[in-house]
Design a protein around this ligand. Structure first.
Ligand SMILES: Cc1cc2nc3c(=O)[nH]c(=O)nc-3n(C[C@H](O)[C@H](O)[C@H](O)COP(=O)(O)OP(=O)(O)OC[C@H]3O[C@@H](n4cnc5c(N)ncnc54)[C@H](O)[C@@H]3O)c2cc1C
Length: 659
């Protein structure tokens, strides 16, 4: 290990850390005295909440996003809910328990202190959002309602039907709009950050492209915060919004920010299966459905074959011939095991030939038992919009009775299969959410901070809003306090000139390739390579093959890409080409990290390292660290730098969801 990373975690037993830290804040009072500018890139839940909070605190905020309105950030897609340790159900929940579940759910690869802080501020988030008017579901008596998500045996997920992300984003957006109105936040929609500008070793601004005019523009500030989301679309097909990209994060990585744990990619078990090769998007069926839906495949191989051939339907298979494999394998958590475990179990059944659908690559998610027990009305109140979404896409309504066997009604089950969904890896940040470039901060899904090797359901919204409302606004002040004596740098400095020239040169290069292949055709091929060799099951040999194939395809991209139109004005194909250039860097980084980690943990499953029962086999002796990567130039292998993990409060052990 050549370099040492300072994660700035204050000393003391874990539960005291954050309190101590807060007490040590050197509070800047920008409202009265200082004119400090902060650029916040992104208006998803992390970006919008951070920009609104910083504006409220008196900073001058420049807030950018690629959509035409902050309300259209990818966060709007979040369906199921947001976790908090309120213990409204009196079921034994606590801050410690949420902390413990999250660390265990992450397969003991998260930083303990960060997760504790996250659990501690979780309750404030709910209060904040209720105050904003977010219409969380309520019990009959008026109390906020909860449901359960994977990896927890308590009910701690707050939700607004199947539209939690949308409602939370509307709340954050209203706070943001308030600050825009007050003149503290200046909003730039349809702007894309292309580069970070570094002056004397510190992030001092960005270069952004006006996506409507095609012009490059310069923005200077005392600090830069990126909140630009994850890199799931590297795989082409994913549940992420089509616009999700990793350009800002990858450009920061190229400029010296370390990228942590890129191989930790989450594959979500309950997505609508791929149904053709013309598809460009996959649809998630929220994990919340596993509260009432039971996952199964046929017990008998001949039934599976008949289902695949279309000569039999799921509802014709009687109870005794159904294999509720999650309930069988994991009696303590049943259908609510964490996502990595549920996804692998589905793959195992399908690989053995028990999958359903004409492809054999699907399992059933069945609501018969819960509809019979609770009635369709109750189920529709809980998941109405998800049932409707499923019907719109597949033409099957999961609330339709299809058969009756021995007096028991059977409803049409959903068919689901795992798909790329979320990325736990991201830009490395210290405890203050600062990257390895001073003055550059990363929050929300684009950092690596809290989920270890696997994120538990409903924890991404919690982390994004914790970072934006409650963590960054404190921690950034430590940095800005020193910046108070530094004037903001003018944008006519040579560092801005050079950064802008570099971005322009890249745009010219892509426009001038003038080859024969569209961006999408190459991206789709990259996605196939990623899924095949860097997907749910990885091997050393497969990863090496994947890297070679990516390298060759990147050459094809560099020599045979065709971008129609011009660089002036709106050119969506050009923007996609820039994103694809960065997905190549990202895809290779995921593979390098996966190859270096000779163990299985969470979302990273190396087939060579599994138990006899097919569970992930960790190697804590050799891999108990955060894998951070330093960019070494295009085509070169990045350098691995390790941040050792230290656990004080939680005993590191084998994950067990069986008993
Ligand atoms: C279908 C679906 C359902 C989900 N459901 C849940 C759930 O129920 N609970 C849960 O906890 N999590 C859920 N998640 C995960 C969660 O939605 C995301 O992790 C979270 O919303 C990410 O928020 P973010 O603010 O970090 O990023 P995003 O919401 O992705 O926002 C990124 C922002 O950055 C901007 N941006 C990106 N690149 C640039 C650039 N170069 N320049 C300028 N701006 C840029 C975008 O315009 C956008 O404003 C779900 C995810 C999906 C896909």
């Amino acid at each position: 290990m050549s370099k040492v990373l300072d994660s700035k975690i204050p000393a003391g037993p874990v539960p005291e850390k954050w309190k101590e830290y807060k007490a040590h804040q050197r509070l800047v009072n920008p409202k009265n005295k200082l004119k400090l500018d902060v650029i916040v890139v992104g208006t998803g839940l992390a970006g919008a909440s951070a920009a609104a909070s910083l504006g409220e605190m008196g900073f001058n905020v420049i807030n950018l996003c690629i959509q035409d309105s902050p309300r259209r950030a990818h966060s709007i897609a979040a369906q199921g809910g947001i976790n908090a340790a309120k213990c409204y159900q009196n079921d034994g929940d606590s801050v410690y328990r949420l902390f413990y579940d999250t660390v265990k759910g992450g397969d003991y690869r998260a930083r303990e202190a960060n997760v504790y802080r996250l659990a501690e501020v979780s309750n404030n988030i709910i209060d904040q959002c209720v105050a904003q008017g977010v219409p969380f579901a309520r019990e009959y008596g008026g109390m906020l309602a909860n449901r359960s998500f994977g990896g927890a045996q308590v009910s701690r997920t707050f939700y607004a039907k199947g539209q939690t992300g949308q409602q939370l984003l509307l709340g954050a957006y209203s706070s943001l709009s308030c600050q825009v109105n007050a003149g503290k936040v200046k909003l730039y929609t349809r702007y894309e950050m292309e580069d970070v500008v570094i002056v004397d070793g510190r992030a001092r601004g960005i270069i952004a492209k006006n996506l409507v005019t095609g012009q490059l523009e310069r923005f200077s500030a005392n600090a830069v915060v990126i909140a630009t989301g994850g890199y799931g679309n590297t795989y082409f097909l994913s549940t992420n919004a089509m616009g999700c990209n990793c350009t800002a994060a990858v450009q920061c990585y190229r400029k010296g920010a370390y990228f942590a744990n890129p191989s930790y990619v989450q594959i979500h078990p309950t997505c609508i299966p791929v149904h053709g090769d013309k598809q460009s998007k996959l649809t998630l069926m929220s994990e919340s459905l596993r509260n009432d839906g039971r996952i199964w495949v046929p017990k008998k191989i001949e039934d599976a074959k008949a289902l695949q051939a279309g000569t039999k339907q799921g509802w014709e298979i009687p109870e005794e011939d159904r294999d509720y494999y999650l309930e069988r394998r994991y009696p303590a958590f049943g259908n609510l095991v964490p996502r990595d475990v549920a996804s692998r179990a589905a793959k195992e059944r399908c690989d053995k030939g028990f999958g359903v659908n004409n492809t054999g690559l699907a399992v059933f998610l069945d609501f018969s038992e819960s509809i019979n027990r609770l009635g369709l009305d109750v189920i529709m109140q809980r998941y109405g919009n998800l049932f409707e979404m499923y019907e719109e896409i597949t033409d099957v309504f999961p609330g339709d009775v299809a058969n009756e066997i021995n007096g028991v009604k059977y409803y049409k089950p959903m068919m689901i299969y795992p798909a790329i969904h979320y990325t736990m890896g991201g830009i490395w940040v210290d405890y203050e959410l600062q990257t390895t470039i001073p003055g550059l901060f990363a929050i929300g899904e684009c950092n690596f901070s809290d989920h270890g090797a696997n994120r538990l359901g409903a924890s991404a919204l919690m982390q994004g809003l914790a970072d934006g409302y409650f963590v960054l606004p404190y921690t950034i002040q430590n940095y800005l306090a020193d910046q108070a004596v530094w004037p903001k740098v003018p944008t006519d400095r040579k560092e801005f000139d050079e950064a802008e020239k570099g971005v322009q040169a890249e745009i010219d290069r892509l426009m001038n390739i003038k080859g024969k292949r569209s961006v999408d055709s190459i991206h789709k091929e990259l996605g196939h390579i990623m899924w095949e060799y860097v997907g749910m099951g990885r091997t050393a040999e497969g990863l090496k093959t994947g890297l070679k194939k990516m390298h060759d395809l990147e050459k094809e991209f560099d020599t045979n890409l065709f971008v129609p139109g011009t660089k002036e004005g709106l050119n969506v194909e050009l923007d996609k080409a820039i994103h694809l250039r960065d997905f190549f860097t990202m895809g290779q980084l995921v593979a390098f990290d996966a190859l270096s980690r000779n163990e299985s943990c969470g979302g990273h499953f190396r087939e060579e390292y599994q138990t006899e029962e097919g569970e992930a086999k960790r190697d804590d002796e050799n891999y108990f660290y955060v894998g951070c990567w330093e960019y070494k130039g295009k085509g070169n292998e990045p350098e691995l730098i390790k941040e050792p993990l230290e656990y004080e409060a939680i005993k590191v052990q084998t994950r067990n969801y069986k008993n």
